[in-house]
Design a protein around this ligand. Sequence first.
Ligand SMILES: [Zn+2]
Length: 157
Amino acid sequence: MTRAAGRLLSGARSAFAGWAPVAAHATGAELLEAVRPVLERRCAAKEAETVARWHDALGQNIKASAGWGPTVEAASDGRVDLLLYESRANQALERCSACGRIQFVDGGCQLDSAELERCDDGIDLVLHRTLEFGGTVLPVVQDGLADAGGIGALLRY
Ligand SMILES: [Zn+2]
């Protein structure tokens, strides 16, 4: 019981985003308006922290990918732990008609040589593939992925 309460408290502590001054008789809409900037600051801070972690991993050449080619390959192999992408990022990709593998380059599936079909909304394929393998995704609003063509990932291995 005490340990459960401790876990709850710790969970509540990590979910705490900040303070917002609100009048005691505030309506729901006013409450929402008051906490919105607090939550937006918290989201922006978490995003910046994650992009910095990705940059560090890239710099040390460990478990990270940048750009469409390496990130698509990692997503296809189920290696993406966290996908980072700019909301406007997109790229035509090839999808294997036999096994569903996605590729950046044309010319037959790298696994089974089956025919590939071109898909214009490549970002959707990468998102699906990442989630399918249990990874998570983070749309990035700040300008941290420009050098990578708007896409990158922290990898499992
Ligand atoms: Zn295939």
